[in-house]
Write a protein that binds this ligand. Sequence first.
Ligand code: GDP
Ligand code: MG
Length: 199
Amino acid sequence: MADIIFKILLVGDASVGKTSLMLKFVDNHFENSYSSTIGLDYQTKIYNYKGYNIKLQIWDTAGQERFHSITSNFFHNADGILFIYDITNRNSFEGIKNWMKESEEIDNSLQKILLGNKCDLNDSRDVQKEEVEKFCNENNIDLFETSAKDNINLEEAFKRIIELVFKTKEAQNLLKNKDLSSSLIINDNIKKNNNAKCC
Ligand code: GDP
Ligand code: MG
């Protein structure tokens, strides 16, 4: 059973590999083509971190990103965002600035990291890592170059966003002491039973 849920969003231009990254991380599965209308809202994966069973809800977009029509509902209750561009597509990196702006207008308190996906295609690279590192320093955001195809840096990237969200929740006292919370549930049930008896 999960102790806590983290809602993580995948945001970036069409074709950068959002669906591929999600399915590779959750299912260890990669396809050479995915329909943009695969249509699943999210996939879940239990991730153990610091003794907590964290249920990751990883939200993908079902093609809405093509029209920049991602609704504010998508961002509702989110904890973290993976911004994703494709290292072989310069426009997709330029697009990140807009995605960041849009997300900040909706919610400025989310944890964020940046992923340069398709790093297996280094020969066709169109975005230099040094340039992105400079952007990341200025914006105080971590960068991971990933490959959903060859499973490069996916664990590391997800671990980092989990770490960042965990720290925020810890600072806000939102992580319940697990032993305490299960005993609270038992007490609550006893109370309910007592109420049932007396009324
Ligand atoms: P989305 O539109 O952002 O969800 O992108 P998709 O996951 O549908 O991927 C778009 C295309 O890029 C597909 O043909 C994928 O097979 C391909 N792709 C995704 N990730 C990688 C990767 O890491 N390396 C390579 N070479 N191709 C990838
Ligand atoms: Mg997709």
